[in-house]
Design a protein around this ligand. Structure first.
Ligand code: 1PR
Length: 539
């Protein structure tokens, strides 16, 4: 009987959905005796090494798990489930299971953004071509046979990120592990999972194949991600629809062709059907933003949770959910912490949550405390429980024009001098752009990085829905201010705009909504254009 060990952090729904979709049955590990009954085991770890080990200890599972592995029965560890096989991690005071006699270290962030988020190739030593899988982690087993010869013996595949090569798959005897998430890696991931479930992953000979250390190749490594975004809200009939506005105004204009719909919420389709279309079209990631959730409690908003659940049942790529991730009080007075709200989305199948307005307030409070974090913000509590890679901050800046550049005062370094004599800085907004706050985009970006955000989604109210291209000045400013990955958003109108964003600002991902919803440009077309100019994307 196949068992899954869930330690309560992150999205295990996607793994259980993938296994079910492949036609296999499984049970959850409830207690140590289930480990005796298990004939094969998957441990999908998400989040942090320390919390995984602590959780196993608290439930009395640590030693039974080690015994399970030593018994020779098949074990498949995913992400942290692979890392806990190692002796220790820079991330944690507690030791790991010690099955693999070396350590996990943090990526260097001097040459690249950390966490390592996105699709990258896993090179098998015995295969000519590599498959692409979805990674999300800040720590790894470095592949350096001279320094860590014991890890080399376990290494089944390696992956390059920046100047570093790390172990992305381990395999020896009954033990198999992937640093990436097969359940989030589309067809390639499902095929790998299926192979293991059919017993292929257990048949590897004990002796390892000869390992040839590879040198760093500048053309390899992390691919640039194309993200399809769906802004979701209830229309006037109460149905959840994907909508898309111009500069955040999502209602049909009075001069629209169908004058009967003037003033109605623009309806571009059903969220799950559109999401499925983008999955088939090769999107690297999907984003669902509940754009009016600041008005009410998202936990009461069961349709949105149902949308996430339905999407996660059919789509095996990363899913980010945003809107209303904050402490809330239901109309009946019941309060929910931001962590509870995020947990509900993770349980439904989200991989990351995106925090908008609440991030602005958190940085305002942080600055009032002289930039000393106190652990109470939504960013901190969610990052602590689920890992920083699960926390995206969605920034909604607007240009604030200046009569004279000197008026910017202490923000002089953030002022952009436009070509027609205009100068501006980027000011943050909350509640879907309805309210402007006295915080600049750079202050917000640095503040949320300090609080523990793992990625920034940089929108632009000025460019949203215009098709004029991404705001490259804005992206350069934000990219230069932080070390975490940045997703460009707002304004994409053609494949060239994606080329500009990647070539000129070095962002890690680019997101679009309108052009994809209206089928003006396809995801394949964007990727083809990027590939044609030598920008590395997943096929
Ligand atoms: O503040 O935590 O509740 O989060 C609310 C979330 O909803 C934020 O991420 C905010 O960006 C988003 N949001 C709120 N109101 C709107 C609106 O449009 N009225 N959508 C809105 C913002 C930005 C992107 C959009 C890109 C690409 N939309 O989602 O898809 O701009 O568009 P394009 O390619 O068509 O130009 P909270």
């Amino acid at each position: 009987m196949l068992y899954i060990l869930d330690y309560g952090a992150g999205n295990v729904a996607s793994l259980s959905n993938s296994i079910t979709s492949l036609g296999h049955a499984f049970r959850w590990i409830e207690n140590a005796s289930d480990l005796d009954a298990a004939t094969s085991l998957i441990f999908p770890g998400v989040g942090a090494f320390e919390s995984a080990i602590q959780h196993l200890s608290r439930r009395g599972l640590l030693e039974p798990l080690r015994q399970y592995i030593l018994s020779g029965r098949p074990y498949f560890g995913i992400c942290i489930g692979m890392q806990v096989l190692f002796q220790s991690s820079d991330e944690a005071a507690s030791p790991g299971l010690g099955v693999i006699p070396c350590s996990i270290h943090r990526f260097e962030d001097t040459d690249k953004a950390v966490p390592h988020i996105g699709w990258n190739a896993a090179d098998l030593f015995d295969a000519s071509d590599a498959a692409y899988y979805y990674f999300v982690h800040s720590y790894c087993a470095k592949y350096d046979p001279d320094k860590f010869p014991q890890a080399a013996e376990w290494t089944h595949a390696t992956t390059q990120y920046g100047r570093e090569i790390f172990v992305s798959m381990v395999r020896k005897g009954n033990v198999f592990g992937t640093q990436f998430h097969p359940e989030k890696s589309g067809r390639a991931g499902l095929a790998l999972l299926d192979g293991w479930l059919r017993g292929e992953g257990t048949a590897h000979p004990q002796e390892a194949a000869p390992r040839i250390p590879r040198s760093v190749d500048p053309k390899r490594g992390l691919t640039k991600r194309i993200v399809a975004c769906m802004d979701v809200r209830a229309n006037d009939q109460g149905d959840l629809v994907v909508t898309k506005g111009d500069q955040y105004d999502v209602r049909e204009k009075a001069d629209s062709l169908a004058t009967t719909t003037a003033g109605a919420v623009r309806n571009l389709g059903k969220p799950v059907a559109l999401a499925a279309r983008y999955y088939e079209a090769g999107a690297d990631e999907l984003c669902l933003l509940n754009i009016t959730s600041f008005r009410h409690s998202p936990l009461q908003d069961q349709p949105m949770i149902a949308v996430v659940r339905a999407a996660a049942e059919r789509l095996f790529i990363p899913l980010t959910i945003g809107g209303g991730i904050k402490d809330t009080i239901d109309p009946d007075g019941t309060s929910h912490s931001a962590l509870e709200v995020a947990s509900a989305y993770f349980r439904a199948g989200a991989d990351k949550v995106s925090i908008g307005s609440e991030a602005v307030y958190a940085v305002e409070r942080l600055r009032a405390r002289d930039n000393v974090p106190d652990g109470t913000s939504a960013i901190e509590t969610i990052a602590h429980a689920y890992g920083r890679q699960a926390v995206v901050v969605s920034i909604d800046p607007r240009r604030t024009y200046l009569d004279k550049p000197e008026d910017a005062g202490h923000r002089a370094a953030e002022v952009i001098q436009g070509t027609y004599g205009k100068a501006w800085w980027y000011q943050c907004t909350v509640s879907g752009g309805r309210e402007t706050r006295p915080l600049s985009v750079v202050e917000l970006a640095r503040g949320v990085e300090l609080l523990g955000a793992g990625e920034l989604l940089v929108n632009s109210i000025d460019r949203d829905g215009t098709g004029l291209g991404f705001d490259l000045d804005l992206l350069k400013l934000v990219k230069g201010a932080v070390r975490i990955p940045v997703v460009a958003s707002s304004g994409a109108g053609s494949p060239t705009h994606f080329i500009d964003a990647f070539a000129e600002t070095n962002v890690e991902a680019a997101l679009a909504a309108g052009i994809f919803h209206r089928e003006e440009v396809g995801i394949g077309e964007v990727k083809g254009a990027l590939r044609a100019v030598g920008i590395h994307v997943r096929s």
